[in-house]
Design a protein around this ligand. Structure first.
Ligand code: HEM
Length: 222
């Protein structure tokens, strides 16, 4: 556990991640409207942008293990703050969820979110913000190294699991429903497939890096 100190520059970077996703949601709601269509589109768009921050932080160490070099070292060095940009950007998704439930029955009436998705999603949100809270040195010291590592390792696995579930879930829906969700004539497969490939690919990278580290250790090179 090597927590880096926060500086104004790093805090500003994280704040910008929050602000840009907020602006993205505002633009979607402004131009598509605050109906079910607009809110769902904003939820999907903000989740995807936040996911990009998450996936970089999630794979930084594995990328460096598999391809040590200047770029991967640069990413690894900044992983803590790229990781903190994720909950910042994800804040808009969480705010929209509250907006959806407050404005019920906009989304609830015809297309309720299944209870098991709510039960599975809420711990994900709590884990995301627990990981953010423990990215501050003094909080990390309170919980201790072992619990910090458990929280960040299993917490990020859980959140990645929720992302993979969300991207896969779309494929279980009827084709007509998916086609009806085309945005500006762009079929939904275009904005589902790259994210599904990215999330499954990131999980595969973690496994490959784990195997590579074990091999180095067994050769006495780790
Ligand atoms: C860590 C927790 C969570 C993650 C990683 C996450 C991620 C995502 C992702 C990737 C999407 C886009 C899905 C798609 O394009 O079809 C999405 C959409 C959505 N999420 Fe979340 N989410 C989380 C928690 C929650 C919770 C707790 C709720 C509600 C209680 C929720 C409500 C929604 C809704 C209503 C949508 C729009 C679904 C649709 O368009 O049909 N999310 N979320």
């Amino acid at each position: 556990m090597l927590i880096k100190e926060w500086t104004w520059g790093r805090a500003w970077f994280v704040a910008m991640a929050a602000i840009t996703n907020f602006i993205l949601a505002a633009v979607v709601l402004r131009y598509v409207g605050t109906s079910e269509e607009g809110v769902k589109l904003a939820l999907r768009a903000t989740a995807r942008v936040a996911f990009l921050w998450f996936v970089v932080a999630f794979t930084a160490s594995s990328l460096h293990t598999l391809w040590p070099g200047k770029v991967t070292a640069w990413l690894l060095e900044r992983r803590q703050f790229i990781g903190a940009a994720f909950p910042a950007a994800f804040l808009t998704h969480v705010a929209l969820i509250f907006a959806v439930y407050r404005a019920a029955p906009i989304v609830d009436a015809d297309h309720p979110v299944p209870l098991f998705e709510i039960i599975g999603g809420i711990p994900g949100i709590l884990l995301v913000y627990a990981m953010l809270a423990t990215s501050f040195g003094w909080v990390a010291r309170v919980i201790g190294r072992t619990w910090w590592e458990r929280l960040h390792r299993y917490g990020s696995y859980y959140v990645m699991g929720v992302f993979i579930y969300c991207f896969c879930e779309s494929f279980s829906r009827p084709y007509e429903e998916l086609v009806s969700e085309a945005v500006a004539g762009i079929p939904p497969a275009i904005y589902y497939w790259p994210f599904l490939v990215l999330s499954v690919g990131a999980a595969a990278l973690r496994v490959a890096a784990f195997v590579a580290r074990r091999r180095l250790l067994s050769l006495g090179l780790g």
